[in-house]
Design a protein around this ligand. Sequence first.
Ligand code: HEM
Length: 127
Amino acid sequence: MNTTIKPALEALYSELGSDERVFALMLGFYEAMARDTMIGFFFFGKDLVAVSRKQAEFLLRAMGARESYSGKSPAQAHGHLAPILPGFFDRRARILEEYLRTQGISESGIVAWVTFEEAFRDAVLNR
Ligand code: HEM
C-alpha cells in the first residue's frame, strides 16, 4: 500500500470511532453496490455480510486497527468473477463517495477511503 495514505486512514478510523462502525459502513456500501443497475450483478447470490466483513477487515488492517488480515488479497479475490472493467471500478468509487456522504463522513475521510480503494485498481482490473 502507498504509505502516504496511512495517516489519512488512521484519521478516518479515529473519526469512525470503532470497528463496528467500519463493519456497518462497509455493509451499507455493499448493499448500495448490490442495488446498482451497473455493477449490482456482481453481487447476485453473494453473502453481503460475509464479503463486506472480509473487506472491512482488510481496511481495518490498513487503518492500523488490526495486526493481520486472513482473507484473500484484492488480486486473488476477483479471479472467478466476470471481468471488472475500468468503468465498473469508477462506478464503485462514485457509489462509495455518495454513500459515505449520506452517512455524514467528512470530506477528508471520504477522500482517504476512495484513495485507498484506488490504490488497488491495477490489482483488481488485471487479476
Ligand atoms: C468494481 C470493482 C469491484 C468489484 C465489482 C468487486 C466485487 C467483489 C465480489 C463480488 C466479491 C465476492 C467474491 C466472492 O465471494 O465470490 C469481492 C470480494 C472482495 N473484494 Fe472486491 N470488488 C471490486 C473492487 C475491490 C477493491 C478496490 C478492493 C480492495 C480495496 C476489493 C477487495 C475485496 C476483498 C478483500 C474481498 C474479499 C476476499 C475474501 O473473501 O477473502 N475489491 N469483490
